[in-house]
Design a protein around this ligand. Structure first.
Ligand code: FAD
Length: 253
């Protein structure tokens, strides 16, 4: 098991800084992935997020949190995946205005609970709803670099096939990584889709994910909108997963 270079302790004081947008890609029609290079970056731990602050010409400010989706990999850059909320303030700005070369105000990394380091071990159960996949993707990518032998199951739920973020990478990882199993489900997709089930997360899907692991999960990470996290936590507790081993992060919405 290797220790990657930019796993860092939480900074003592969070300071706003400029981050340059170095790449933008469309992951789905409603999710864009932004790679940022913060001016002063000392690394992060998988699962953490950053705060973004926008300032209008009249001084009005809006702050939102975004999880880091990339692995801590020593590159000095981080990836954010931002879901477009049509009537929102911040996500439409990212989708419609931000371009490569722009600078964005940012602070972080933030978060000391919803994190995972390879030395904590596993097995891991990851449960994501929509863009709740982002911090779990960081954990998954980091685990593949640092500790691929740790058994991991990911349950991810999207509404439609077109909403499935990082679909190709997840299918590839499930095919290539012997200790990783993927359980994707599409809650509003009328037609069958390769590699995914249809419907919402339920007890049967959770049981299937648990059966793919050689032992009960040491830690279960759940992330998504409030109702998703509430439902997934209930299924996890019903399946016998101890409360103390569940870490949840809620995105609002
Ligand atoms: C720790 C943390 C990490 C987060 N990470 C991510 C991330 O990786 N990617 C990401 O896209 N978002 C993430 N979010 C959510 C993000 O902070 C914003 O809430 C989201 O981008 C909406 O902001 P907005 O300014 O566009 O909309 P707002 O102006 O805040 O909201 C406009 C309207 O949309 C509704 N709304 C807000 N959020 C949602 C939602 N998620 N789904 C549906 N309706 C919603 C509101 O109720 C409101 O009616 C995270 C939140 C937290 C707390």
């Amino acid at each position: 098991m290797s220790t990657l270079p930019d796993i860092a302790p939480q900074p003592e004081r969070l300071v706003w800084q400029e981050a340059t947008v170095v790449a933008i890609t469309a992951s789905t029609p409603r999710v864009k992935v932004f790679r940022l290079k913060p001016a002063d970056w000392h690394g992060f731990t998988a699962g953490q997020h950053v705060d973004i602050r926008l300032t209008a010409p009249d001084g009005y400010q809006a702050e939102r949190s975004y999880s880091i989706g990339s692995a801590p990999d020593g590159s000095g850059t981080i990836e954010l995946a931002i879901d477009l909320i049509d009537d929102g303030e911040v996500s439409p700005f990212f989708h419609e205005v931000v371009e490569v070369g722009d600078t964005i105000e940012m602070r972080g990394p933030i978060g000391g609970h919803f994190i995972w380091r390879a030395e904590e071990g596993g097995p891991l159960l990851l449960i994501a709803g929509g863009s709740g996949l982002v911090p779990l993707m960081s954990i998954l990518r980091y685990r593949a670099l640092a500790a691929p032998e740790i058994p991991t199951a990911l349950i991810c739920s999207f509404r439609h096939h077109a909403d499935w973020i990082w679909r190709d990478e997840l299918l590839r990882r499930a095919a290539e990584e012997p200790h990783f199993s993927l359980f994707a489900t599409l809650s509003r997709e009328p037609a069958p889709v390769e590699g995914a089930r249809r419907g919402r997360i339920d007890g049967a899907l959770l049981d299937a994910a648990l059966a793919s692991l050689p032992a009960p999960p040491k830690t279960t990470f759940i992330c998504g909108a409030n109702p998703f996290v509430a439902a997934a936590s209930t299924f996890a507790l019903d399946a016998g997963i101890p409360f103390a081993s569940i870490k949840a992060e809620r995105y609002g919405g």
